[in-house]
Design a protein around this ligand. Structure first.
Ligand SMILES: [Zn+2]
Ligand SMILES: [Zn+2]
Length: 81
């Protein structure tokens, strides 16, 4: 279960820098299994339903809106959760 994040863009910006423009998902139940997804994403396509679109999600149990508590997910990984 993931929650979509609506937060300050500066925090999302930090997370985007960290992920290097690639999906950060490491969910073992996905097709990429034990390795990071790393799908290439396009910054302008945030929240768009495209192959290079992406979403920001909270980590389970995250209590604060910080870059450490969020992950950049591609649309494909976002939909699998
Ligand atoms: Zn992904
Ligand atoms: Zn995934």
């Amino acid at each position: 279960m993931v929650y979509e994040v609506n937060m300050y863009s500066s925090v999302v910006e930090q997370a985007w820098q960290r992920c290097g423009g690639k999906c950060e998902c490491k969910d073992q139940s996905h097709a990429h299994t034990y390795i990071r997804c790393n799908r290439k994403l396009v910054y302008e396509n945030k929240d768009k339903s495209r192959i290079d679109g992406w979403k920001v999600i909270y980590l389970t149990g995250a209590a604060a809106d910080t870059a450490e508590n969020i992950r950049i997910y591609c649309q494909s990984c976002f939909k699998q959760d």
